[in-house]
Design a protein around this ligand. Structure first.
Ligand code: GLN
Length: 286
């Protein structure tokens, strides 16, 4: 079930802690029944990458919410994948979406919303795709298609410096903070029981609860975890990962043409090194 314990070296990132303010989010629309392993195989067996000439050939056949525009839904409180720089949403996902839009001859528009609303926005035609450090899971695949994966995600555990929690097993009976409807929430609720999991609208709110002693640990994706630990004294990351998973773009089941076009673009962007250089720009070089 839980995969690949790997040593994670928490490097210091220059991202500002985005505390944000509480806003409402709807209840999780799915139950946790999948495993990271299943999610991974689902991701790798996803739609076959469409052959693409790279010359904006797909544009004619791709239908988007707004003509000539690729509308991306995201939750811009997930550094370095997406975060605000002034009033602009920047990060790995906006850069990747821009590169995809360029390949498809479309303009990119970014819509910021609660993480929990992204899949619905894509399903109901408010956005063309969701790019939000979103993990491919079997339950999500029931409602939405995922592109081929473009990055690996890892769920990590943040604790206070003086915590007696040193491994995932120590979380039994402890209060765990998570971001609502994320895989951290899904897996923690499954493994440690709903009663032990406190769900917050934003990852930053879960981290604040840890600082204030309202929870004993936070389970959250590695890259935002690194930035939270770097931005707040007295916190540390456990060096064992909790779950390893795949990030991909979610796209409506009704828009297979777009799925194929995005997979074609991603294939080229992987082959020519663009994806890796975007990841390096925000992660490895910090
Ligand atoms: N990777 C996690 C998920 O898909 C968290 C994503 C996020 O908070 N943006 O559930």
């Amino acid at each position: 079930m839980k995969k690949a314990l790997s040593l994670i070296i928490a490097s210091v990132l220059g991202f500002t802690l985005l505390t944000g303010c509480g806003s409402s989010a709807s209840k999780p629309s799915e139950t946790a029944s999948g495993s990271a392993g299943a999610a991974q195989s689902a991701a790798s067996s996803g739609a076959a990458g469409a052959a693409s000439s790279g010359e904006k050939a797909e544009t004619a056949s791709v239908k988007t919410v707004e003509d000539g525009v690729l509308t991306m839904a995201t939750n811009a409180y997930f550094p370095p994948y997406e975060y605000y720089d002034g009033d602009k949403v920047v990060g790995i996902d906006p850069d990747i979406a821009q590169a995809i839009a360029d390949k498809l001859g479309l303009k990119l528009k970014i819509e910021d919303m609660e993480f929990d609303s992204i899949i619905t926005a894509v399903q109901t035609g408010k956005a063309d795709l969701g790019l939000a450090g979103m993990t491919v899971t079997p339950d999500r695949l029931k409602n939405i298609n995922f592109s081929d994966s473009y990055a690996e995600g890892v769920q990590l555990i943040i604790v206070k410096d003086d915590s007696d929690i040193t491994k995932p097993d120590d979380l039994k009976g402890k209060k765990i903070g998570v971001q609502l409807s994320t895989t951290g929430d899904i897996y923690a609720s499954q493994d440690y029981g709903d009663d032990n999991v406190e769900k917050y609208n934003k990852g930053a709110d879960a981290v604040m609860a840890l600082i204030q002693g309202k929870v004993d640990a936070v389970i959250i994706d590695r890259e935002p975890a690194k930035s939270y630990v770097a931005a707040n004294k007295g916190l540390k990351l456990l060096d064992t990962s909790y779950v390893t998973e795949n990030y991909a773009a979610c796209i409506s089941k009704d828009n297979e043409d777009l799925l194929n076009a995005v997979n074609g673009a991603l294939k080229e962007l992987k082959e020519d090194g663009t994806i890796q250089s975007i990841l390096d720009k925000y992660i490895n070089s910090k």
